[in-house]
Design a binder for this molecule. Sequence first.
Ligand SMILES: [Zn+2]
Length: 199
Amino acid sequence: MKSYPGALEALMVQLRKLPGVGHKTAARLAFHLVRRPAAEIEALAAAILEVGERLVLCSSCQNPTESDPCPLCSDPTRDRHKLCVVEFPADLASIENSGAFKGRYFVLHGTLAPMQGVGPDDLRLEKLRQLVADGEIEEVILATNPTVEGNATALLVGEHLRPLGVRLSRPACGLPVGADLEYMDPVTISRSLAGRGSL
Ligand SMILES: [Zn+2]
């Protein structure tokens, strides 16, 4: 292990905690920051602090928000009988941008990935069960990505909710296998949601 100045090493340690950042990337980012003007680094640090201080997860949908419940959950014009379950906040944003869904959401913050140590207990399933058990929701759309992990997660969530007697559906046609909802165009998302089938 190379030895870097303390501040640089401390930065790399923190960067390596970010998803997808290993030793090499952490070093590359840290050295990049060393070369940037102090004002730019301050702006970055301030933005990170702001996220830490002002954002919480909505107690209902689990999406990051500055007010709890979030604007989506407290919007009285949204359909309170439909709930769309997604893997990550970015997926919620993609569906929301498509304009195809006017119900409520729930963010799992992950997919079932036993190899990476992500099991059922990590997916906030109990919070989801409570939300659905509260009674207003009639249909749960399992909009996890059409990947192996996403499909396994949809099945798991479906089994978890089935005893509650709600309709379970899964966006079907138009989603390419292995695709990522986050990067999908709004038209494909709209078609896929419209063509959802029972799970
Ligand atoms: Zn919310």
